[in-house]
Design a protein around this ligand. Structure first.
Ligand code: SF4
Length: 705
């Protein structure tokens, strides 16, 4: 008689979610290789048991039959699996050939998931360094470049971004952010809903400024519509009221801040009535917000994606800093504070480069680099425009810029013209379909993780190292193993000396030990739920990275930008047929790459064009009908949904959709394609100062299909 088959025992595993910035602690119940349950880890000192619907999609990604596990080579429009060594040899040969013709002919693009993945953060340079190209791009320049530029200019380091002290503030002013859906961005704030309840329970207030009555606006004490792209006018209005009514009190900050008077003097000539008319928020509302903000016992002004991805995004981020400084709310409890993470990339021996600006410029349009990267709005033209330095080969890592960067169709066509492209990616998506080789790394549950970046932006100081839930499958490779294998071969072919190639864990361990808190991988391993490193606290002026240990409230370039913005206040109003396009975020979606999870796309479609009912009616459109949306760069067809949550004159389409291109392998996403809002956004429309894409405020027309 044969023995009855024994089932593997159930086990419980703790780890952090790395899908978004919130770094929620998770508790997995597993049997063998089967995930039985995913729930929030109640003992995590940052997320305290919070979880969002995306976390359970980690199971879908792990099990996804469309996820690539072996290298793929494209021959014509056919794909075939190849062995790792053959793939590495071919990639290294092609990149070396391109490099020898012209190092700048090789470009690299890192997508958003890269920053959530410690393998990419610590070791992608081991593959990219031998290339020595100036053509480096990433998702940074379609997202938060204005934040980093202001942090670098004002505080001395691109990661020294002040964080809202949400757990103690009495007045939370939110512009262009939707933390109810996102759980924070450049403000890691898992469980925003309960933190907001606590804010209300202690008598605090939240005011939201947004062209859409978002999920966050819905639970705010007050919400004001604002015309897309005019946040600078609203912020100038606040400062103007505070100046006129003598409400500014920088307090101890005045002792180590340069240029504050100069900055405020430049704002004094603006007229509140003109600013109010420009942004669409009545002067009396601006006055009330300014007075309440200045009077609060701890106030935080926070502007995120909607502010950064607009023309004058950098100017707006500067004004936000100025409001927090001039009211004495920077570096105080209940205001804006700086974090002190366990692995500190800002100060100490583990510090990264503080930043750089304009050291080089793009070849075709002359856009400035920041931190060694060029703005991605220039990538397509750098591929298409002949001449020395023309991009002819491309490396993409965890990115889908065809769907996530402006004028995706132009980039799509440009990618098809490349001599060689290699993608390190788990999916055959709208971008990687152009690759000649795809090198797929293991997925998040198969490798260790420490979040190198988002602990710098968290509302509470914590640290957490996540052990892998599963061993990697036979014949698969981690991203760092891929980077090392290609990097080693590339250096050999180029005759470059062999470099040490430490593993991610070694690099993290060195970084932890070299940081002021002197922790280590071993210490973190003994705290599977993470370590509580305490509430944020005032750290200035010591934490400033400028050698002077002083805040620079008046970066030189900002004054020309302010003058340029002032000139727009006299521009003619747009025609009544012209609408402004904005994006939006949904809790069940994360950029372009999670639409192949059946759990996340099930239910009602969420990628319609939202439009105010009056705008729908005045165009003779029917709610639920298919419409044409047209911008300078293209036209899409999409279902329109009449919604009073929209400001009249504004339409909203979430980004990351548009899974209707041929040649991808995303069965579920292809069945829920939506339309790409980046087929409407414009690579020529940008925040001129930083080079960041302006994805909000794009002029569009909406017509019957
Ligand atoms: S909010 Fe959701 S996706 Fe983000 S880290 Fe938490 S569980 Fe993961």
């Amino acid at each position: 008689m044969s023995e009855p088959a024994t089932q593997p025992a159930e086990r419980v595993h703790f780890g952090a979610c790395n899908l978004c910035e919130a770094i929620c602690g998770l508790e997995f119940k597993v049997r063998g290789n089967e995930i039985l349950q995913i729930k929030g880890d109640a003992a995590d000192p940052l997320s305290r048991g919070h979880i969002c619907p995306k976390a359970v999609a980690l199971k879908d990604i792990y099990e996804d039959p469309d996820r690539l596990r072996k290298p793929m080579q494209r021959i014509g429009d056919q794909w075939q699996e190849i062995e790792w060594d053959a793939a590495f040899d071919w990639v290294a040969t092609k990149l070396a050939e391109a490099h020898l013709r012209d190092p700048d002919s090789v470009a690299a693009y890192l997508g958003n998931p890269s920053v959530h993945n410690y393998g990419v953060m610590t070791t992608s340079g081991q593959m990219l360094s031998p290339i020595r190209t100036r053509n480096r791009y990433s998702a940074t320049s379609v997202d938060q470049l204005p934040h980093q530029l202001m942090a670098y200019w004002m505080y001395g380091h691109q990661l020294l971004v002040p964080i809202s002290d949400i757990d103690r503030t009495q007045y939370f002013l939110v512009l262009g952010a939707n933390p109810m859906a996102s759980n924070g961005s450049l403000m890691t704030v898992p469980d925003f809903r309960h933190r907001l309840k606590a804010l209300h329970a202690r008598g605090g207030k939240m005011v939201v400024i947004d062209p859409r009555r978002s999920e966050t606006a819905e639970v705010a004490d007050a919400h004001h519509f604002i015309r897309p792209g005019t946040d600078a006018a609203f912020l100038l209005g606040l400062l103007k009221v505070m100046l006129d009514e003598n409400l500014l009190k920088p307090g101890r900050l005045a002792g180590f801040t340069d240029g504050l008077d100069e900055a405020l003097d430049a704002i004094r000539p603006f007229e509140l009535a003109v600013l109010a008319a420009h942004c669409g928020i009545a002067a009396e509302h601006i006055q009330t917000i300014a007075r309440d903000f200045a009077a609060a016992d701890g106030a935080a002004c926070y502007g995120r994606m909607g502010v950064s991805v607009q023309a004058y995004g950098s100017l707006s981020q500067w004004l936000i800093q100025l409001i927090n400084i001039a009211t004495g709310n920077l570096d105080r409890e209940g205001g804006m504070l700086f974090t002190e993470p366990a692995l500190d990339l800002i100060q100490g021996a583990a510090a990264s480069k503080p930043g750089s600006f304009g050291k080089i410029r793009t070849r075709v349009r002359g856009l400035p680099e920041f931190g060694g990267e060029l703005p991605v709005v220039a990538l397509a033209e750098e591929i298409e425009t002949p001449g020395a330095g023309q991009v002819r080969a491309l490396v993409t890592i965890a990115g889908n810029p065809v769907l996530s960067t402006p004028n995706g169709r132009k980039l799509d066509a440009a990618l098809a013209s490349l001599d060689f492209m290699v993608s390190v990616d788990i999916y055959l998506n709208e971008t990687t379909r152009h690759a000649h080789v795809i090198l797929p790394p293991t997925c998040a549950l198969e490798h260790e993780h420490y979040d190198l970046i988002f602990h710098h932006f968290a509302v509470h100081n914590t640290a957490r190292l996540s052990a892998p839930l599963f061993d990697k499958a036979e014949g698969t490779m981690h991203d760092w193993e891929i980077f090392q294998a290609v990097g080693k071969r590339l250096a050999e072919k180029l005759g470059q000396p062999a470099r040490p190639m430490p593993r991610p864990q070694q690099i993290v361990d060195m970084g932890l030990q070299a940081s002021p808190r002197k922790l280590s991988v071993k210490t973190l391993q003994s705290h599977p739920h993470g370590m509580d490193l305490g509430a944020l606290k005032p750290t200035l002026p010591e934490r400033l990275v400028h050698a002077s240990k002083r805040i620079n409230a008046a970066p030189e370039a900002i004054f020309a930008e302010l003058a340029r913005f002032a000139a727009t206040l006299n521009e003619a109003a747009p025609t009544s047929q012209q609408l402004k396009l904005i994006g939006r975020r949904h809790v069940r979606s994360n950029n372009s790459w999670m639409h192949n999870s059946h759990r996340l796309v099930k239910g009602n479609a969420r990628h319609q064009l939202l439009m105010h009912p009056d705008d729908v009616a005045s165009r003779g459109l029917a709610d639920g009908s298919t419409v044409r949306v047209r911008s300078r760069v293209g036209e899409i067809r999409v279902e329109v949904q009449a919604s009073a949550e929209m400001m009249p004159g504004v339409v909203s389409l979430p980004h990351g959709w548009g899974h209707n291109r041929t040649g991808t392998r995303l069965g579920i996403a292809e069945a829920h394609p939506g339309a790409s809002n980046n087929d409407l956004t414009d690579e020529l429309f940008l925040d001129v100062l930083s080079g960041n894409a302006a994805l909000n405020g794009v002029p569009v027309e909406v017509l019957a299909a």
